[in-house]
Ligand binder design. Sequence first.
Ligand code: PMT
Length: 340
Amino acid sequence: MITEPTSFSAESYFATQPPPPTLEHDVERVTEWVQKQVAAGRRVVLVTSGGTTVPLELNVVRFLDNFSAGTRGATSAEYFLKAGYAVIFMHRQFSLQPFSRHYSHSTNPFLDFLEIEPSNDSSDSTPRISVTPEKRADLREVLTVYKAVQAAGTLFTLSFVTVNDYLWLLRAVSQELSVLRRKALYYLAAAVSDFFLPRQKLSVHKIQSGKGSLSIEMDQVPKILKPMVDEWTRDGYIVSFKLETDPELLIPKARIALERYGHQVVIGNDLHRRKFEVVFVSRNPDHQTNGDTEFTENWLKIDPALTHPGIEQIKEIEEDIIRELVKKHTAWIAVSPTST
Ligand code: PMT
């Protein structure tokens, strides 16, 4: 049994932590779906969304989690679909999903939209269910796009729960998508746990109480953006997110990530301002001063009053984020127009 903290590289992580039992089946489904998108000549985006759990026991009763509801990922997936992308939506089980997000959780409960009407049909007295008139236009709009996406087969959904599920799935899906070369975009909006308990350190059964406080020493989850850029994807356009609660750290940390991992864009967001402002940080490849990389920062901001749920004309910052990214991805593809 390992007791000392272990420093995991991505390689040692995958060599020692077991894959989720559904991985093989998921990958088969992804391969088939990706082939269809390649044949249709579509661009594909992988959207990761929601938080990851960290189990504290093998027979899991307790786990650590984080705040992410998956709003950013689910909303972004819709705007990518609207922009003509095929989307792999890799999300935390039971977090928000594209389209159904409009009617799930507590802000807009679906059952409040429905009415029971007595039947006018003398041969069938079963009461009818209808949508309240003031909600019909919105529902029709969401349903129309949802049905069109279903018919086109452009949304593929996969789910994870633990950080281990997430890491295995991310590696496998990224490798599958690499056949698309520059046409693949990776949009990593999931809030991934930074610490975990390796399988070898997990208590098999429920941790017992009664002995006072509980101390747990966790290991660091390997930073997988580096192998993702260098090994799992080929020329894909990679966008990661950086969440901070101290606004002073946002840009410095985004710059460090870009230097360290070598991907294309970090979108910085502050926990409390993330619905109405984000900053795009990227490297400026043509400009270096004294060997130092120069960075470009672009803020996207919308009026916070327009983001309140329940207002007539709600504005979602993801619309602007995706518009900006589609432009950048188009320029990225144009560098090598012969890529598949
Ligand atoms: O879901 P919402 O409630 O709408 O909230 C959205 C959000 C705030 C969670 C989202 O916008 C966001 O900022 N997501 C990333 C938060 C984060 O965990 O950042 P990080 O610094 O830990 O990770 C940086 C990036 O690397 C992330 O894109 C993450 O998905 C990825 N990562 C990190 C560690 C790791 N081991 N594997 C990863 O893939």
